[in-house]
Design a binder for this molecule. Structure first.
Ligand code: AMP
Ligand code: MN
Ligand code: MN
Length: 342
């Protein structure tokens, strides 16, 4: 495999091993060899795009795949050919091979973890900086803008043809994880990959339209609620969304996804957070940081994880208390940064 040094040496070695495993999976008795594909809970564009791209490539080679996700794909992914294969139902037979995309730990894939644990072998494909390793083979490089990039290298090494369906799926991952090439994970390789995927027939205009220009009124009303709860202090912006807010606006949890971007984009804000009430004593936290503010460190302090610029955690407290706890943690974190700079 010649990746021209695109990946770190361990990931390159793991990729060679993964290719071997997949070659065996397609050569074995096809009727009995099964590959399970999965990704993290509340999947985003990269999670779904990477998984679907792999599903296409393996099916095109005649391998039987089960695409099992704990949660349904986001609405903007539903046009991708192959999303109809996604099911929450765990197959009764243990898989010969499980491939887990874009998940920073086995605890991030929800109830599908049972199926992965009984698989004969597991390949982990991921680009998280802070992660809890679990795979037998780990194709992991946090210099990749998206897991989709790693899947692209894997498919290239497998000599799998990049069909328009695969190209669109991978482009979905690349576009959403780089915030359309705005975030600091955007490097020259991301642009090269984008060009290659365009050549392979990725439908970029459709992806952009689905991701950015298909907002629902309920999501806008939810944003209104979030803004009415906005608090800014010490360059930290936070907003809470209670179950009441979701009920009153008719918005789904998924429709809250865009809110955090509005907070992060505020002048003077270095760290932003949105807390969603997901239970009586459970708040799901999304964190975003500007360059120099590694929010994965904040998330890790609260039992979560993620990337430097985008991370998350769950705080098991009532919403207001969770926000208070988060604020304390963020202020300490910001103080430390201030001290280390001065
Ligand atoms: P989100 O705010 O849900 O878009 O998540 C932002 C990033 O943080 C994603 O890359 C997630 O995979 C990661 N993340 C969110 N929650 C957790 C968690 N509890 N543990 C580890 N990583 C997380
Ligand atoms: Mn993801
Ligand atoms: Mn990702």
């Amino acid at each position: 495999v010649d990746l021209n040094g695109c990946l770190n040496p361990e990931a390159t070695r793991a990729l060679v091993q993964a290719v071997r495993m997949l070659e065996t999976a397609s050569l074995d008795d096809k009727s009995s060899s099964r590959v399970l594909l999965t990704t993290h809970v509340n999947p985003d564009g990269d999670a779904v795009g990477s998984t679907i791209a792999l599903a296409h490539a393996l099916r095109d080679r005649g391998t039987t795949v089960d695409v099992v996700l704990a949660d349904p794909p986001p609405v903007y992914c539903k046009f991708l050919p192959g999303v109809e294969w996604i099911t929450p139902c765990i197959p009764s037979m243990p898989p010969d091979l499980a491939i887990v995309c874009d998940a920073a730990g086995i605890d991030r894939i929800g109830p599908v973890d049972h199926a992965v644990k009984v698989a004969r072998q597991t390949i982990e494909i991921d680009h998280h900086g802070v992660a809890r390793p679990f795979g037998d083979v780990r194709v992991v490089d946090d210099n990749c803008a998206a897991t989709a990039e790693l899947v692209y290298y894997l498919l290239t090494a497998l000599k799998a043809p990049i069909t328009p369906a695969i190209a669109s799926s991978l482009m979905m991952g690349l576009v959403t994880d780089t915030g359309s090439f705005r975030f600091t994970n955007t490097n020259t390789r991301a642009f090269r990959l984008a060009a290659t995927l365009m050549e392979a027939g990725a439908d970029l205009s459709r992806i952009m339209d689905q991701v950015y220009d298909q907002k629902t009124v309920s999501s806008l009303r939810l944003l209104e609620r979030a803004i009415s709860h906005l608090r800014i202090a010490n360059s930290f912006a936070s907003a809470t969304l209670s179950r009441h807010d979701f009920q009153q606006t008719g918005a789904t949890q998924g429709e809250a996804e865009g809110v955090i971007g509005h907070l992060r984009s505020l002048k003077g804000v270095q760290v932003a957070a949105v807390l969603r009430e997901t239970g009586p004593a459970e708040a799901r936290v999304s964190l975003r940081g500007r360059p120099g503010y590694n929010v994965a460190e904040i998330a890790a302090l609260m039992g979560g994880g993620g990337h430097a610029a985008a991370a998350g955690c769950t705080i098991y407290l009532p919403l207001d208390e969770a926000e208070r706890r988060l604020r304390e943690t963020v202020y300490k974190f910001l103080d430390q940064i201030k001290k280390s700079v001065s």
